[in-house]
Every structure is written in structure tokens, then in C-alpha cells.
Design a protein around this ligand. Structure first.
Ligand code: GLA
Length: 452
């Protein structure tokens, strides 16, 4: 939350597991015990009764690159860029405005919540309509405090009128941020502020995804779905770093911190309710004027993106998508990796092996195959071996392997699979059962044996 702006201008910155969907999966007879527990009791309500985020939301959000320097032109150009560069067609449909769209800074008791007429001369409905005309969705930001994190008028005590206003604009997504206003509030109070905005959104009669942004405090994952949130932050703000020693500015989390922070939380995620590992930093390259961080290499950004996909985090890109470099765009639009994130089974990956610098994460997919990430946190290249039997308790006699970054099929194998993983890389594999076909003779012999 409260952080210094990189350029010194100080500011306060920064369940349902649907039976039908589960039924899509081939019988998870080989699913390990840990996966079977992953069914939260309740999920968020919605105006239409639909599940609003059956898969993790994908899109773009303004904060990391632009902070308060946002305006209508930027949003229109961002929408156009996402259509032109293929992001929309790869699934990135949300265009979300973060803090800084409001007209007034200061207390809601003194100011109404209005759109800044200089930044957004045609208002928000104009932008929502524009997004919708391009097959995209539109998101806005507010918070339950008197003021937001960046000091603008908040929605505290005005939930019903604000939700109705957002609905009248055609808003599809609300990032509701209590990180600053309720930092030290007890859990019951934080729960109540989200419950009351959720009720107001449902009463607005428009389906609006609610993102509970509480920076991972008071175990948000345990209760956020039951008070109406489709996803919730599991940790403090991400900085533009893969592995910074400690917490930058004693606050920020880097990519590895967030991955570590989410270990064990997979049981809270599923269709309609997700753990949020925070906005993606792919392609910021240490150059955001506002977000702190040294940037990361292409391999590290690819690992970050791959792990967010494996962990079923919302995929909200934070860089300027009008000027993405070719590597970043290729990373963000790898459809085979996106498919892991958008898999209808909605099973967040579990860390199945922790050998210190080498870690293995795995998740079952709706078609019966498995996604596996071999993460090398160390500074040296390593040979990593994965055994479906030992690591995922799969009784597979033979299996095929596909490398989702090389787009290459390997195998089948009936022994453990070994591959080289370079420093800070996550090798992303899709494993499929490839049973040995019995010969006709063996079949006949078996049948004879079974005959009475
Ligand atoms: C908090 C949130 C950020 C961003 C800013 C806006 O710090 O964690 O994601 O929304 O507020 O002020």
C-alpha cells in the first residue's frame, strides 16, 4: 500500500466447484488426495445467478505502468492495441481502470464520487461502450474507505449509489481496495465492507465481478468468496522483480515471494473464486515510472507468466500494451500456457515437490491430462526428473510429454522424464496418459482367462 512513487512524488500508492464442470473431466481416478479437497463451500452471488468468473479473469489494468496518469485516450488506445496485437483474441478481454479516475482527492464526506472530467471528458459509459463494441469488458476501481489508496474519494457508506452508478455505466468488474483504509481492521470489519459492496452490486442488477483487494491480510482466501468476491489478493503489491533479496521498500513482494506465499492456498480456488497473485509485470522491464523494481529477463517474465497460469491467478497485464516488445507479447499470448489457466476444471497447481532450489508444481486438467511446472529458482542450470507415479501418484504405465514453450511432443515414456532447466526457468509440460495398446493376441488370451 503506502509506497513512495519511484520518481519521488510521494503518494499513497501503491464456490462453487460446479458439478457440471467437474463432470467435464475424465474420471479423476488417479487424482491424488490433495486435489479432492479443493472445493470451497460457497461462492460469490451475482445479479443473474451466473458464475461470473468461471475461469480466472484475463485482461489489462492501468496501475503498474501509469498510476494516476490515466485518461480516455490511453484507455481507447489500449483497447485498440489489444485487438490489434492479438491479446483480446488470446483471452485478455478485461480493460480495467485502477485508482486515479476520480474527480476529487479527499474525504467522501466533503466530495461526491465523480469522474475526472479532464482525464475522461466523455465519462465512463463512453469507454465501457467502446470496450463492449470491441468484444471486451470494462473495469473500474474504488474502495471501502473514506479515501482510496491514492487519496481519492472512496465508496465507504455509499455502496448502493456507487454500485448503481457503476452498473449504469456498463461496468463489468470492480477492483475494491481496502489495503490502505482497512489495513489494521479486524477480519470481521473487512469481511463486512466487501459483503456490503457485493450486496450493492447484486442489487444493481448488473453482473459485476468483485475483486477483493486486501493485500493478503486477515487470511482473505478463507472468507472472500463467501462475502461475494470472485478473487482476492493473496499478498502485498508485486514489484517489478523476480527475486529481490527481502522485500523492496520493506513492503513489496517479488515473483518468487508471491509463489511461496500461495503454497497451500490451492484448496480455496476453483471455478468462480480465485487466489490473485497480483497484476502481471511481464514487459515492464524495470522502466515503469511508478512501480518500483529492477525488471526481469525474458526467461524470468516467462516463468512468472507460466506460474500465474499454473496457479490459476487472474492474468491481468500491467505494462503498456501499446508498446510491448516482441518477447513479452509472445510470452503473454502463448495459448497452450493460457489454456492451463483457463482450464474448466479450475484446479490450481499444488507444489508437489520442494527440493529447495528445484520445485515441482502440478495440476490436473479437465481432459485427464496434467500440467507440470519444473521451477529452477537457483542460479545454475539443473537436470530435473519428474515421475508421474512418485510426484503425482498417477498409476500411468506410459505417458507422453509436451513442452508448452517449445511446442514439442516427446515420448511416450514408461520411466521418469528428465530435462534440463536453466536458471530461473520454469519448464511447463503437459503430461498425457498413453497406455500401451495390447496386441490382439494378448487381448484374446486375457478374454479366455476371464471366460467362465
Ligand atoms: C493499492 C493496491 C494497488 C493499487 C493502488 C492504487 O496499493 O494494492 O494494486 O490499486 O492501491 O492506489
Amino acid at each position: 500500500m503506502a509506497r513512495a512513487r519511484k520518481r519521488g512524488r510521494g503518494f499513497v500508492a501503491t464456490a462453487l466447484l460446479v458439478a457440471g464442470l467437474a463432470g467435464l473431466a475424465s474420471t479423476p481416478a488417479s487424482r491424488p488426495v490433495w486435489a479432492a479437497d479443493s472445493v470451497p463451500a460457497t461462492g460469490p452471488a451475482s445479479a443473474s445467478g451466473k458464475i461470473l468468473a468461471p475461469t480466472p479473469p484475463m485482461g489489462w489494468i492501468s496501475w503498474s505502468q501509469f498510476a494516476e496518469e490515466i485518461d480516455e485516450k490511453l484507455i481507447v488506445e489500449t483497447i485498440d492495441a489489444m485487438v490489434a496485437n492479438g491479446m483480446r483474441d488470446a483471452g485478455y478481454v478485461y480493460v480495467n481502470i485502477d485508482d486515479g479516475w476520480q474527480r476529487y482527492k479527499g474525504s467522501r464526506a466533503k466530495h461526491p464520487l465523480e469522474v475526472d472530467p479532464v482525464k475522461f471528458p466523455h465519462g465512463m459509459k463512453y469507454l465501457a461502450d467502446y470496450a463492449h463494441s470491441k468484444g471486451m469488458k470494462f473495469g473500474i476501481y474504488s474502495g471501502p474507505g473514506d479515501i482510496t489508496c491514492a487519496g481519492y474519494t472512496g465508496s465507504g457508506g455509499h455502496e448502493t449509489e456507487d454500485a448503481a452508478m457503476f452498473a449504469s455505466w456498463g461496468v463489468d468488474h470492480l477492483k475494491y481496495d481496502s489495503c490502505c483504509s482497512h489495513k489494521d481492521a479486524p477480519q470481521a470489519v473487512v469481511e463486512e465492507v466487501f459483503r456490503s459492496m457485493s450486496k450493492a452490486l447484486v442489487a444493481s442488477k448488473r453482473d459485476i465481478v468483485l475483486n477483493a483487494c486486501h493485500c493478503g491480510w486477515v487470511n482473505t482466501w478463507e472468507w472472500a468468496a463467501s462475502v461475494g468476491a470472485s478473487y482476492w489478493r493473496i499478498g502485498q503489491d508485486i514489484s517489478d522483480d523476480f527475486d529481490y533479496p527481502g522485500n523492496r521498500e520493506k513492503y513489496y513482494f517479488d515473483v518468487l515471494d508471491l509463489i511461496d506465499h500461495g503454497v497451500g492456498l490451492e484448496k480455496y480456488a476453483g471455478p468462480g473464486h480465485w487466489n490473485d497473485y497480483d497484476m502481471m509485470i511481464v514487459g515492464l522491464n524495470g522502466k515503469s515510472p511508478y512501480l518500483v523494481g529492477a525488471g526481469a529477463s525474458n526467461v524470468e517474465y516467462r516463468t512468472h507468466f507460466s506460474m500465474w497460469a499454473m496457479l490459476d491467478s487472474p492474468l491481468l497485464e500491467g505494462a503498456d500494451v501499446r508498446h510491448l516488445d516482441a518477447d513479452s507479447l509472445a510470452t503473454l499470448t502463448n495459448r497452450e500456457v493460457i489454456a492451463l489457466n483457463q482450464d474448466p476444471l479450475g484446479q490450481q497447481a499444488t507444489r508437489v515437490r520442494d527440493d529447495g532450489l528445484i520445485q515441482v508444481f502440478a495440476k490436473p486438467l479437465a481432459d485427464g491430462s496434467w500440467a507440470v511446472a519444473l521451477l529452477n529458482r537457483g542460479s545454475a542450470t539443473a537436470d530435473v526428473t519428474i515421475s508421474p507415479r512418485k510426484d503425482m501418484q498417477l498409476e500411468w504405465d506410459r505417458y507422453a510429454v509436451r513442452d508448452l514453450w517449445k511446442h514439442k511432443n516427446m515420448g511416450p515414456y514408461d520411466i521418469p522424464f528428465t530435462t534440463e532447466v536453466i536458471s530461473h526457468e520454469a519448464k511447463i509440460l503437459r503430461l498425457t496418459h498413453a497406455p500401451l495398446k495390447k496386441s490382439a493376441k494378448a487381448d484374446a488370451a486375457e478374454q479366455k482367462e476371464r471366460a467362465p
